[in-house]
Design a protein around this ligand. Structure first.
Ligand code: PMP
Length: 452
């Protein structure tokens, strides 16, 4: 185990020799940060350098680092029963499934997996099979949005709308279609935000009709596109998409992998819009990243369609060895209790408002084209020119991120390089951040922006 004070030179050499990093170019000049410990919103590397994690890892450490009670929940469960498959059952999975129902609004049955990608794969398979169970044999296609992200496995990647992540791996799974997202910042001149959002929702209905209503299984979307650059829909968009899905017998799958568990200022992102999805997928904040776990929540009546079949082909033929691991479920349960007991959802609202107000103070900076906030999630779109909205160069984006890092602050960069939009800085600190943490994030970022 790497501890503080480990010879970081040799650790870096071994890292470069043995470890294949996630989505990071090999020619990245800076060596990787090797994290050793974490506490609250801060991580410390093997050199003893502290950083505030303004991205909660990969948008997941909602309750912050170093929670002993989470570690203990997992430890106790590992001693009692470390594993049992969910072809049968165990108490932590039952308790967590009930709790998730309670958080969602009590109408769902829960299928557990290990990652966001897998939760979405399960959702796709459930949607296709459900349509067959009810006699809709041609309904196999999915509609999602460009710039949305739904995971790295072949199906979830097919639903993803970011070319940079996809084109080296073609051909992907068939039957995945995409429409433009409601990116209100880039709406046509003279169009109101409502008009533009309705226009974007209409693109979904048009696609359903043109493709053949009887061929569409489901629409999948995040409440707010996160990894694609914090694209926030207007209420009219969500209402209209729900209405379109219901009208045409298309299931609505909401991907809450990032927006869930308080990040949006509500328990789930879709609660902000008052819509009722058919399927909800979740991961990340479910365990605050402490252990792998994900879930696919399926409306009860959809589940029922898999149940009462006289032949052996009715049930869901999907198995997952590690999904719903007892220790991961016990930890997740404790994680949800911490969010409740410490009122972290209200905290996310408060911190999110403060962060947004503070960022608005520098909205006239020549590089800042747009500031978008949703709960404790902020995206700042950097542009070369405020009138043309031409995205800022990747060099500038990287320089700002590196400037923050030098001052001990980790922030994110999102978008799609191939499409020319890799110009959105993202902020998603732990919901448990202290006032001082948030002040550090704001003042450090403002300082770095003043140098650009
Ligand atoms: N959906 C969304 C919205 C995500 O942000 C992610 C991960 N960033 C995924 C799905 C996939 O999750 P995982 O990396 O756990 O497979």
């Amino acid at each position: 185990m790497l501890e503080l004070g480990t010879d970081s030179e040799s650790a870096i050499q071994k890292d470069q020799r043995y470890l294949w990093h996630n989505i990071t170019p090999y020619n990245e000049a800076a060596p990787p940060m090797i994290a050793a410990t974490g506490s609250g919103s801060w991580v410390t590397d093997t050199n003893g350098q502290r950083y505030m994690d303004g991205m909660s890892g990969l948008w997941c450490v909602n309750v912050g680092y170093g929670r002993k009670e989470l570690a203990e929940a997992a430890y106790e469960q590992l001693l009692q029963l470390p594993y049992f498959p969910l072809t049968q059952s165990h108490m932590p999975a039952i308790a967590l499934a009930e709790k998730l129902n309670n958080w969602l609004g009590d109408d769902y049955v829960i299928f557990f997996s290990n990652s966001g990608s897998e939760a979405n794969e399960a959702a796709f398979k459930i949607a296709r099979q459900y349509q067959q169970q009810i006699g809709q044999h041609y309904r196999h296609k999915f509609i999602s949005r460009y710039r949305g992200y739904h995971g790295s496995s072949m199906g979830a990647l097919s639903a993803t709308g970011q070319a940079q992540r996809k084109y080296k791996y073609e051909p992907l799974s068939g039957g995945f279609l995409h429409v433009a997202p409601p990116d209100s910042y880039r709406r046509l001149a003279g169009q109101t935000v409502e008009e533009f959002n309705l226009h974007c929702a209409q693109a979904i209905e048009d696609m359903i009709i043109w493709e053949g209503v009887e061929t569409i299984a489901a629409v999948i979307m995040e409440p707010v596109i996160t990894g694609g650059g914090i694209i926030i829909p207007h209420q009219v968009y969500m209402d209209r998409v729900q209405e379109i899905c219901r009208t045409h017998g298309v299931l609505l799958i909401i991907d809450e992998v990032i927006c869930g568990f308080g990040r949006s200022g509500q328990k789930f992102g879709h609660h902000n819009f008052g819509i009722k999805p058919d399927i909800v997928t979740m991961a990340k904040g479910l365990t605050s990243g402490y252990l792998p776990l994900s879930a696919t929540a399926v409306r009860k009546d959809i589940y029922e369609a898999f149940k009462d079949k006289s032949d052996d082909y009715g049930h869901f033929r999907h198995v997952n060895t590690f999904g719903g691991n007892p220790a991961a479920c016990a930890l997740a349960l404790r994680n949800l209790e911490v969010i409740e007991q410490e009122h972290l959802i209200e905290r996310a609202q408060l911190l999110g408002q403060r962060l947004n107000t503070a960022m608005m103070d520098i909205a006239d900076h020549p590089l800042i084209g747009d500031i978008r906030s949703f709960g404790l999630l902020t995206g700042i779109e950097l542009v070369e020119n405020k009138d043309s909205k031409k995205p800022a160069s990747l060099d500038i984006v990287k320089s700002i991120i590196a400037g923050c890092k030098r001052k001990g602050l980790i922030i994110g960069k999102n978008g799609d390089t191939v499409a020319g939009y890799n110009n959105i800085l993202t902020f998603a600190p732990p919901l448990s951040s202290t006032d001082e943490d948030l002040e550090f994030l704001i003042s450090t970022f403002k300082h770095v922006m003043s140098e650009h």
